[in-house]
Design a protein around this ligand. Sequence first.
Ligand SMILES: [Cu+2]
Length: 97
Amino acid sequence: MKTLIIKIDGMHCGSCVSAVEKALIQVHGVQSAAVSLDAGQATVTYDPAYVSAADLVPAVVAAGYSARANAEPAPAPAQGGHCGSGSGKSKGGCCCS
Ligand SMILES: [Cu+2]
């Protein structure tokens, strides 16, 4: 098993945490995902035989959040989709979607 820290932007409530955890745990090979709202990050334990670190960040992005593996440079922020910003993009059960 390997552990990866993913930095996540755009989480603001428990629903966001649940959405990110669900997105990560659904990836084949992920054993556990612990998401911290305060820290804005996820700690993912995964089996490198089934999944690589490069597969985990897109799973969070697909759930509607801006994410990057720890120690990588930050990508451009996601377009819209945040509280009241008006894009209407669904964020997987988020309170403001
Ligand atoms: Cu939320």
